[in-house]
Design a protein around this ligand. Structure first.
Ligand code: RIB
Ligand code: CA
Length: 315
C-alpha cells in the first residue's frame, strides 16, 4: 500500500532532489506539491516545482502556490548563495507549460486533508508558513492529517543559518511554533541527521556514467550547492537535507528515532529559531514529536543513487 503524500516545498536544490526521489519510489504516491517562500522567492519556487514535475513527466501532479512572506519576520534572502539565482543551481529546465492550481496553498491543503481524513501525510521541507496558516484557518486539519514529517531544526547540532538555528525554522520560527504545538503527529528530521547524509562528487560522477537527463540534472543542480559546502564546510559534496525526510517511508530502519518534547525560540534574541529537546524532562511536558537523532547516512545515499539510477530508465 503506497503512502500518499503532499510535499510543502521551497525548491531549492535538495527540494528538487526530494521531488525526484518521491517520484522514483514505489512506496510513495506523490499527491501534490504546495510551494513556500524560502530558498528563493515564491515566484521561483513555484516555477521550479512546476518545471521539475514536467521534467520528470509528472505534470499531472497539482501544484498550489503558497505564501510569499513569513508570519512575522522579514523575508530571508540568503538562499541564492546556496541554491543559485534560479533556485536549482546550474540546472536549466524549460519554462513550465502548466501553472499552479487556482487555490492558494493554504486552502488547497485544508481541502485535500479534510476530504480524506487519515489518508494524507504532509512533508514540510521549507519554512512552514503555509501549514501554520492552514492550522489557524481550519484547526480540524490537525486531527485529519495522517502525519507530518518536517525537515528542520537542529537539536544537538549547531545551526546552518545562525550558530543556533536551522534555515527552515529560522525563516519562520512563529510558524514552526504553531506547528510544534498543534498536536499533529510529527516526525522531525533535523540537521543532526541530515549532515550525516552527504552526497559526494564521486557519487554524482558514478550516477553520470549513465547518459541521462536525470543524471545531468543531479550534477548541474548540485554544482553551486557543492561549491558552498567546499567553501564553508570543507567537504567535497553536499547534505541531502530534504531527501532524507522520505527515509521515514522508504527506509525507516536507517533512522534512530526518539520521542521528546521539542520547542522553538520565538523570543527574537540571538537564539531566534533555535529548536531544543527536553532530554531531561525538566519541563514535565509530554513529548510532542518523534525526533531522528541518528541515521545510517551512507546507506541512505546509496539508496538515493539507486533510485536516481532507476529514474534514469523511466525519463
Ligand atoms: O536547512 C536545510 C533546509 O534549508 C533545506 O530544506 C534546504 O532546502 C533549505 O531550505
Ligand atoms: Ca527546502
Amino acid at each position: 500500500m503506497k503512502t500518499r503524500i503532499i510535499i510543502d516545498t521551497d525548491p531549492g536544490v535538495d527540494d528538487a532532489l526530494t521531488i525526484l526521489l518521491a517520484l522514483a519510489s514505489p512506496e510513495i504516491q506523490l499527491e501534490a506539491l504546495t510551494t513556500a517562500h524560502g530558498n528563493i522567492g515564491i515566484e521561483k519556487t513555484t516555477r521550479n516545482a512546476l518545471a521539475v514535475l514536467e521534467f520528470a513527466k509528472a505534470s499531472h501532479i497539482p501544484v498550489a502556490r503558497g505564501c510569499s512572506l513569513p508570519l512575522v519576520n522579514p523575508l530571508n534572502r540568503s538562499g541564492d548563495a546556496v541554491h543559485g539565482s534560479s533556485g536549482i543551481g546550474k540546472a536549466v529546465l524549460p519554462e513550465p507549460k502548466s501553472g499552479p492550481v487556482e487555490q492558494h496553498a493554504i486552502d488547497y491543503l485544508i481541502e485535500r486533508i479534510l476530504a480524506e481524513p487519515g489518508e494524507i501525510t504532509l512533508f514540510t521541507i521549507g519554512p512552514m508558513t503555509n501549514l501554520a496558516l492552514a492550522i489557524c484557518k481550519e484547526p480540524r486539519i490537525t486531527e485529519a492529517l495522517k502525519g507530518l514529517v518536517i525537515m528542520g531544526g537542529a537539536i544537538r547540532s549547531g545551526g546552518n543559518i545562525t550558530p543556533q538555528a536551522e534555515f527552515n525554522i529560522h525563516a519562520d520560527p512563529h510558524a514552526a511554533h504553531v506547528v510544534f504545538h498543534s498536536g499533529i503527529p510529527i516526525t522531525l528530521i533535523p540537521l543532526d541527521v541530515t549532515y550525516k547524509c552527504l552526497l559526494t562528487t564521486a557519487d554524482v560522477e558514478r550516477l553520470n556514467r549513465i547518459d541521462s537527463p536525470v543524471a545531468r540534472f543531479v550534477r548541474d543542480a548540485t554544482v553551486p550547492y557543492m561549491k558552498f559546502y567546499k567553501q564553508y564546510e570543507g567537504f567535497e559534496g553536499c547534505a541531502l537535507h530534504d531527501p532524507l525526510t522520505l527515509a521515514t517511508i522508504i527506509a525507516p530502519e536507517l533512522l534512530t528515532i526518539e520521542e521528546h518534547y521539542v520547542d522553538v525560540d520565538i523570543s527574537g534574541g540571538i537564539s531566534a529559531g533555535k529548536t531544543f529537546a527536553d532530554f531531561m524532562k525538566v519541563s514535565k511536558k509530554p513529548a510532542n514529536m518523534k525526533v531522528a537523532l541518528d541515521v545510517r547516512g551512507r546507506e541512505f545515499i546509496e539508496l538515493f543513487i539507486e533510485r536516481m539510477e532507476s529514474l534514469t530508465r523511466e525519463i
